[in-house]
Design a protein around this ligand. Structure first.
Ligand SMILES: C/C(=C\C(=O)O)CCOP(=O)(O)O
Length: 443
């Protein structure tokens, strides 16, 4: 129940998967087809020109399939993630991972996709990396894109200060390479947990196990000693070299090109895969990527804000803000000082945020027009605007100082001032309008 094949069977049953038998190329063609089905069904490519592997894309590209991956519905996504974080439980370890069925030393046996015209090369975009936290001895799991350099080397992009990067810096300071494992083609619950930024020392795989009802099992790898999901389609193990970097740049969640970065190099020791393996590709900046990265953080924001400020009704990471940079917080305001405190807390809970808008309970935080209406009618820039300068922001935003990771942030209090007459903000209603049937009046 806890591997990619189980999930593929589930979405097949509800007619949410299309199988493509026509021969396709990893060079732009798979990316083009995935972009065209964005927002609708998943696709399974069974005939790939450059590889014998099958490839699935747009796997959890809708809220419906995202929720299904956690055994939930579109309405309880936040609750499911928050509960899984609270009830995280370590998976059982078993000796026999199915991925041990086949072995290779050539990473080009995988159908690694070239997505966009100006990227530095093809990228694996669904790769989850596992490493040992040097302080707690527990494992960490997190998403990292990887670009092949040759048969046994990849670049691996690590955001500075994030947990895998901290593990790598620690190894480097001790004059060592960092042993890691990487999986591609796992149950999407593992991806959802891998995208969540848990506390330092908490293993995201325990959250995945909770999302999977305690049914996840792990298998220990011979070279790294790390434990990875037993049902993974593809597993790589090796080390991130302490003294080697290589240039790379790719399209990010914002659908723009990242700048050229020198990133560390991963050296492959073993590549394992199941018989008839299924590779998973995530198209950067499109729905699946935005849902996978944005939803766990949106859930975290909902959990933390509602706990600290019970007047919070809902937090939405907006589509226009790439589901990463902008949030709207809907509250039932008790005091005029609430919004500014809430803005500060929201920024503190997700440091990549650049804009936070607070609105009243009659404004839909997921609807950009409704939020703009609140700004037009309830906001005065000289007192309701909060500007933070030169603070840590997202590495993704091209308008910021990406070298120093510094940005300006804006908090907007678009709530009704309690001191003003309430009728001034009330949406006017026409009595008995629902009883009027236009057909009786206009023939
Ligand atoms: C969401 C990120 C990358 C991507 O999937 O494109 C990582 C960005 O992290 P920041 O902390 O906002 O730099």
């Amino acid at each position: 129940m806890s591997d990619l094949r189980n999930y593929i069977s589930q979405i097949k049953k509800i007619n949410d998967l299309k199988i493509i038998k026509r021969k396709v190329s990893t060079k732009f063609e798979i990316a083009g087809i995935t972009a065209k089905v964005d927002g609708s069904h998943a696709v399974l490519f069974e005939n790939i020109k450059e590889s014998n592997f099958h490839l699935v894309a747009n796997l959890v590209g809708t809220r419906k399939r995202f929720a299904l991956a956690m055994g939930g519905t579109e309405n309880n996504i936040h609750a499911k993630i928050i509960s899984a974080i609270k009830n995280a439980k370590h998976p059982r370890i078993i000796p026999s991972g199915q991925f041990l069925e086949n072995k290779s030393k050539n990473l080009f046996s995988m159908p690694i996709v070239t997505h966009f015209e100006k990227e530095s090369g093809p990228f694996i975009t669904s790769s989850v990396a596992y490493a040992k936290n040097p302080e707690t001895g527990k494992q960490n799991s997190s998403f990292h894109r990887m670009m092949p350099i040759d048969k046994t080397h990849f670049t691996i992009r690590m955001v500075e200060g994030r947990h895998l990067h901290r593990c790598f810096i620690d190894a480097k300071e001790h004059g060592e390479d960092l042993k890691i494992a990487i999986t591609v083609g796992v149950h999407p619950a593992i991806l959802i947990a891998g995208a969540y930024q848990a506390e330092w020392g908490q293993d995201e795989i325990d959250i995945a196990n909770s999302l999977l009802g305690g049914k996840l099992t792990l298998t220990k790898l011979p070279f790294s000693g790390l434990n990875v999901p037993s049902g993974s389609e593809i597993v790589m193990e090796g080390k991130i070299l302490r003294d080697k970097t290589h240039p790379e740049w790719m399209v990010e969640m914002l659908q723009t090109y990242d700048h050229k970065r020198s990133q560390p190099v991963f050296e492959l020791e073993n590549l394992y895969f199941r018989t008839n393996p299924i590779f998973h590709d995530v198209l950067s900046g499109y729905s699946e990527h935005r849902l996978l990265m944005g939803m766990p953080i949106e859930s975290k924001l909902n959990g933390e804000l509602k706990k600290a400020f019970p007047q919070t009704l809902q937090v939405s990471m907006t589509n226009g803000g790439c589901n990463w940079l902008h949030a709207v917080v809907q509250i039932k305001k008790k005091s005029d000082s609430d919004p500014k405190k809430i803005i500060k807390k929201t920024f503190a809970s997700h440091r990549s945020l650049k804009q936070v808008t607070v609105v009243d309970e009659d404004i839909d935080p997921t609807n950009a027009e409704s939020v703009e209406y609140a700004m037009a009618t309830r906001f005065q820039a000289d007192k309701d605007l909060m500007i933070l300068k030169k603070v840590r922001g997202s590495s993704l935003d091209p308008s910021s100082n990406q070298k120093k990771l510094q940005t300006a942030k804006m908090g907007i209090d678009a709530t009704r001032p309690l001191s003003k007459r309430p009728e001034g903000f009330e949406l006017a209603k026409i009595p008995k309008i629902n009883k009027i049937n236009l057909e009786k009046y206009i023939k």
